[in-house]
Design a protein around this ligand. Structure first.
Ligand code: F0G
Length: 458
């Protein structure tokens, strides 16, 4: 008999989580203004708000903490991380930052000016925020297939080369300082970009003389999908694939809180010494001196170790099979989500589960609250609250899709937890006819309203 699949690690330390009663949850979520971000973590049983910074470090990463060198300048921890980045990603120069958006802040301060156009595949919110803050524009060039929920496409993170060329042609290299390729594409559902697409984007960038920057938060999960799905890569190791991926980039920003499996940290890496020098000034100003940036020495050590562990096939297989496991359960229950399952999350289609909640009453947020009430599970709305208002008309921008994202932390939950998540969603789905109204806003911030919004039941 063929042996079943099992995890590539065993558990050394555990953390107790507590179930609550529905009555308690009703009280807590009301006090939280029906905003899941306002819940205390001990009011949550299974926390799928994000996979960012929520992973479990390994024994080796914890051991690395003890060896951290906290020297202000020239710390061995900096050189350890520098060597890991060179070894795995191939970049000669790097700057540590406290997380991914800080890397964006520093690099974009160096490269982006007012009026610039920044094409890419569905930029992440903070990336777009840092672009728009500089009065530049993020142009989404993702392939159309990315927005058809039920269409199976192996690389829904790919860039549409026609859309990309149009931006380059219309604006010229002087107005397009970079193309941003996000690996995997979080916004389209944790969907990967193929190596073929990366090569083609490189060729186009070279024709127009434009830099390519990879937003690399989940680069290793992207490499895993390439190994499994792209012709010619089945026999290549994850590290070989990663190495080819980054050979097509000029620079990268990294939120280490994802695929490098640390709780805090980030960096910028680049091939060009001049770009490194220019970015160094901003890094010193915003983050810290060259050899620590926004990080302590011990955290750089754990990050270096995490880069090695995060690019091991067995680890990635364990991780992504868990996301697929949850997806298969949802299939069994007839629940629709962005297909195929992403690397870090499942994006559940709220419009299918709660068809009777009007769009202006935030169906994906309503689903998030219902799932919390059902079993203490916390997801995050990727819908109208997140899309926010049109900057000019101040009216709600209704995105094509209303998702509830269930992001799976790395090495944290077991498949039994996934069973609970799926069953709870099914219970909500089963009573969809009784859920006919959602929420209205009683407070919203001028921008990024989803973090602090306060709601009331309609
Ligand atoms: N880029 C991508 C693709 C991301 O998903 C994130 C963060 C960032 C950049 C910013 O990194 O948080 O370290 O500053 N994504 C988290 C999420 C917050 O929940 O998807 P950061």
């Amino acid at each position: 008999m063929e042996l079943p699949f099992s995890e590539s690690y065993k558990i050394k330390v555990v953390e107790t989580i507590r179930k609550s009663t529905r009555q308690e949850r009703e009280q807590w979520i009301k006090e939280a203004g029906y905003n899941l971000f306002n819940l205390k973590s001990d009011q949550v049983f299974i926390d799928l708000l994000t996979d960012s910074g929520t992973g479990a470090m390994s024994d080796r990463q914890w051991a690395e903490l003890m060896k951290g060198d906290e020297s202000y300048a020239g710390a061995s921890s900096y050189y350890k991380l520098k060597a890991a980045i060179k070894d795995i990603l191939g970049f000669e120069y790097f700057l540590p930052t406290h997380q991914g958006r800080a890397a964006e802040n520093v690099l974009f301060s160096t490269l982006i000016k007012e009026g610039h156009k920044i094409p890419g595949n569905a930029h992440f919110d903070t990336t777009k925020g840092h672009i728009e803050f500089r009065k530049a524009t993020a142009v989404d060039c993702t392939i159309d297939e990315a927005y058809v929920v039920e269409q199976e496409h192996p690389f829904k993170g790919n860039l549409d080369l026609n859309k990309l060329e149009k931006v380059l042609k219309e604006n010229g290299a002087e107005n397009v300082p970079m193309i941003i390729v996000t690996l995997t594409c979080n916004t389209s559902g944790g969907q990967p970009v193929s190596l073929k697409n990366m090569r083609e984007v490189r060729a186009l960038a070279d024709t127009y003389g434009v830099k390519i920057v990879y937003d690399s938060a989940r680069f290793a999960e992207n490499a895993y999908f390439i190994k499994l799905r792209e012709e010619g890569y089945g026999d290549r190791s994850i590290r070989e694939i990663v190495s080819e991926m980054f050979s097509y980039a000029d620079a990268m920003t990294m939120s280490s809180k994802k695929d490098a499996i640390v709780n805090m940290g980030g960096f910028i890496a680049m091939k060009d010494k001049e770009l490194f020098k220019a970015a160094t000034t901003y890094n010193i100003m915003f983050e810290g001196f060259i050899t620590y940036g926004g990080m302590s020495g011990r955290d750089m050590n754990a990050l270096a170790q995490g880069l090695y562990e995060g690019t091991e096939f067995e680890y990635l297989q364990t991780r992504i099979k868990q996301v697929e496991y949850l997806g298969a359960k949802l299939d069994e229950y007839g629940i629709r989500y962005q297909r195929p399952v992403g690397g870090h999350a499942i994006f559940v289609d709220a419009l299918q589960i709660l068809p009777n909640v009007p769009r202006e009453q935030f169906p994906a947020q309503t689903l998030g609250v219902e799932l919390y009430l059902e079993a203490g599970i916390r997801g995050v709305e990727i819908g109208t609250l997140l899309a926010d208002r049109d900057p000019v008309t101040r009216e709600n921008r209704y995105p094509e899709l209303e998702f509830l994202r269930l992001a799976i932390p790395r090495r944290v939950y077991t498949n039994n937890h996934m069973d609970v998540v799926a069953a709870a969603l099914k219970n909500v789905f089963d009573r969809k006819d009784t859920i006919t109204s959602g929420y209205k806003i009683i407070y919203e911030a001028p921008i990024m309203r989803h973090f602090t919004v306060e709601l009331e039941k309609v």
